[in-house]
Design a protein around this ligand. Structure first.
Ligand code: ATP
Ligand code: MG
Length: 466
């Protein structure tokens, strides 16, 4: 009874006022037999959201990357909904709904199920920039935009044609304003509107172009690709936090190695990660580093493609490791003791990185922990190993160490020893400790033993000071 009453009141509310008539053309309506989206790939919660909004008299569609992925037959990792209801109107319809953001308000509707909670992001159709006033920097970059608009305008604001399709789960129809479905068939990534203008408005779209090309395997349309060479430098003006988010998405796309190659081909990698400059520019000169990073990224891609989680701190720790090793070695050559040399190198590496794109603090502390754990894997004496496996970040440090073994930077026998040590019961662990003693003779000094055991490691020699 009460819900009915609320619904009636809500329906009386004025919906979004379009800033002007839809001058962006009628969409193509694509029926199920043509788009072949499998309803089983839909999130039940996303359908609940569109359904609730529609029941309340609003328009509501699944939109953006989710529709692109559904049309590709891939299960989308998250679902966005677009509607003509304002954020306040959306919020009133759901119990767990939160208004997010000040500049462009959106609503996060959260559902708690068996696994992780699922957040459906609901945004109101947004107006085209020209109608929204002059919120543009001299370079053409959009500074502010939060005027609601029609669906057609909302579509025209999106980046690529394949990201601008709207799917209505009730009628199983796709509304396609910019020929996204035809581009899907042609395997083409095409920017909506004038590509140069769109990159000037938001230079991050150049990174997005590379990311989606890697992810979908589509080719960039020539007009979409052409301006990037000239406009790439506009990325320097983008706030660091935004750049970081986009690079993180790129690295976590499940196609990170391919995407990084794509950045190189487009000439976009400079200044994003110093490491990419080294590796991608010097090629064979930095083969060791290249192998390490390649393996780390392949590993990340595998994990993501099989639905496992990846820690950003871990990922950045791997990407900056070759740089860190270089600094660490240089410090050791200068005569610094091993551990201070490592810590000093960590500071240097992070400072150099921050001059390009600052890595968020919470990830930085993960990176430092993973790095500083590395020499401890070689200290297999006394209580050290027993203490090391108790550290909260042990697993990350261990996985990282295994990568070093896989590229031959660290003796693989050490990795195997730790794998056995983790799996062993207390007696087994004591036996493994004894085996290290036997392996290296009965040296009383850990430092001495380590030196003998570690002929090929790229890690600077441990000193007694550690
Ligand atoms: P992913 O699968 O990686 O999440 P996505 O396409 O969903 O890809 P999001 O960053 O989640 O990417 O953005 C959702 C949608 O918002 C996009 O599909 C696109 O329509 C629009 N969008 C996002 N960023 C931009 C941008 N910088 N310029 C224009 N439109 C954008
Ligand atoms: Mg998305």
């Amino acid at each position: 009874m009460i819900t009915k009453f609320i619904k009636r009141i809500l329906r009386r509310d004025p919906m979004v006022k379009h800033t002007q008539a839809n001058n962006t053309g009628a969409p193509k309506r694509i029926p199920k037999k043509a788009h072949r989206i499998d309803p089983h790939l839909l999130s039940k919660n996303a359908v609940k959201v569109t359904h609730t909004l529609q029941q309340a008299g609003y328009e509501a569609f699944i939109v953006g990357g989710a529709v692109r992925d559904l049309a590709l037959g891939i299960s989308p990792k998250d679902f966005d909904v677009a509607t003509n209801a304002t954020p306040d109107q959306v919020q009133r319809l759901f119990r767990k709904a939160r208004l997010i953001g000040r500049r462009f308000q959106i609503v996060h509707v959260t559902f708690f199920g068996k696994g992780h909670p699922e957040i459906i992001e609901v945004s109101t159709f947004r107006a085209l920039l020209d109608n929204a006033g002059d919120h543009v920097a001299e370079s053409g970059r959009i500074l502010r935009d939060n005027v609601w608009g029609s669906q057609g305008e909302d579509a025209a604001r999106r980046d690529f044609t394949i990201n601008a399709m709207y799917y209505d789960p009730s009628s199983e129809t796709v509304l396609d304003y910019h020929g996204g479905m035809a581009d899907m068939q042609k395997k083409t990534l095409r920017m909506i509107g004038d590509p140069a203008k769109r990159y000037r408005e938001d230079p991050v779209r150049m990174l997005r172009a590379v990311r989606f090309a890697a992810k979908t395997g589509f080719e960039l349309d020539s007009a979409t690709r052409a301006p990037i060479a000239k406009l790439g430098k506009l990325l320097n003006d983008v706030p660091s936090a935004r750049l970081f988010d986009e690079i993180l998405k790129l690295l976590m796309s499940g196609y990170s190695w391919k995407a990084i190659q794509g950045l190189k081909d487009a000439g976009l990698h400079h200044g994003l990660l110093p490491l990419l400059d080294h590796i991608l520019d010097k090629g064979e000169d930095s083969k060791g580093a290249n192998d390490f990073v390649k393996l780390a990224l392949a590993n990340t891609d595998d994990r993501i493609q099989s639905g496992k989680s990846v820690s950003a701190g871990f990922l950045f720790a791997t990407l900056l490791w070759p740089d860190l090793l270089k600094n660490w070695k240089a410090n050791s050559t200068k005569g610094m003791a091993n551990i201070p040399a490592l810590h000093d190198a960590m500071d240097d590496t992070i400072a150099t990185q921050s001059s390009g794109m600052t890595i968020q603090r919470r990830f930085e502390s993960d990176m430092r922990e993973i790095w500083s754990m590395q020499p401890r894997f070689e200290r297999r004496v006394g209580r050290y190993p027993y203490r090391l496996i108790e550290s909260p970040r042990f697993r990350a440090g261990y996985d990282f160490m295994l990568l070093r073994c896989a590229t031959g930077e660290l003796n693989p026998a050490i990795g195997q020893w730790w794998t056995d040590f983790i799996a062993a019961d207390p007696t087994g662990q004591d036996e493994l400790m004894a085996s290290v003693k036997n392996e290296s003779g009965n040296s009383p000094s850990p430092a001495k033993r380590r030196r003998r055991r570690k002929p090929k490691s790229a890690v600077p020699p441990e000193s007694a000071a550690s």
